[in-house]
Design a protein around this ligand. Structure first.
Ligand SMILES: Nc1ncnc2c1ncn2[C@@H]1O[C@H](COP(=O)(O)OP(=O)(O)O)[C@@H](O)[C@H]1O
Ligand SMILES: [Mg+2]
Length: 149
């Protein structure tokens, strides 16, 4: 299982698409599922329910020996820990890929993504990004070292 960790604009979906083809692996991207379901990407309750359901689905796939890429962003260490424990209990190796990108660069990327209005993305303002950056708990080197490579 591969966990993609990083703020919006960090390049999670871009990397996930490449890895999914290369490995090959199943990508589970909440933003795209919400868009397919016709749900507002900023609906936090729907996202929470969907992420819980996709996590159950991910565990089914892991049991079948598939490689799964989770594009949740994983802002909190507790959330990463939960996935790590769950996957390890199934005997799966777990990679944590942290996409660390300076805030200014995130803002530039999001401006261009917002302007393009790509399907499966929601417009993200500078204020939202700045606020979310204060909530984000970057993985420490010690945390990263616990994961498989
Ligand atoms: N390594 C990169 N360097 C420059 N731009 C990138 C890179 N990865 C992604 N992008 C661009 O940045 C924007 C955000 O990428 P995306 O993969 O949608 O991020 P996320 O899924 O983490 O929100 C997209 O427009 C994408 O084309
Ligand atoms: Mg994405």
């Amino acid at each position: 299982m591969i966990l993609l960790c990083g703020l919006p604009g960090a390049g999670k979906s871009t990397l996930a698409r490449r890895l999914a083809a290369e490995i090959p692996a199943v990508r589970l991207c909440p933003d795209e599922w919400l868009a397919h379901l016709g749900v507002d990407l900023h609906d936090a309750q729907a996202r929470e329910l969907l992420e819980r359901q996709l996590w159950r689905h991910a565990q089914d796939l892991l049991r079948l020996g598939q490689t799964v890429i989770l594009e949740y962003g994983f802002w909190s260490r507790a959330e990463r820990e939960e996935m790590w424990l769950g996957a390890r209990a199934l005997g799966a190796a777990v990679e944590l890929r942290y996409l660390s990108v300076p805030l200014e660069e995130l803002h530039r990327r999001l401006q261009s993504r917002n302007a393009a209005g790509d399907w499966g993305t929601a417009p993200i303002t500078r204020d939202m990004l700045d606020h979310w950056a204060t909530l984000f708990e970057p993985p420490t080197p010690e945390e990263l070292a616990r994961y498989d490579t």
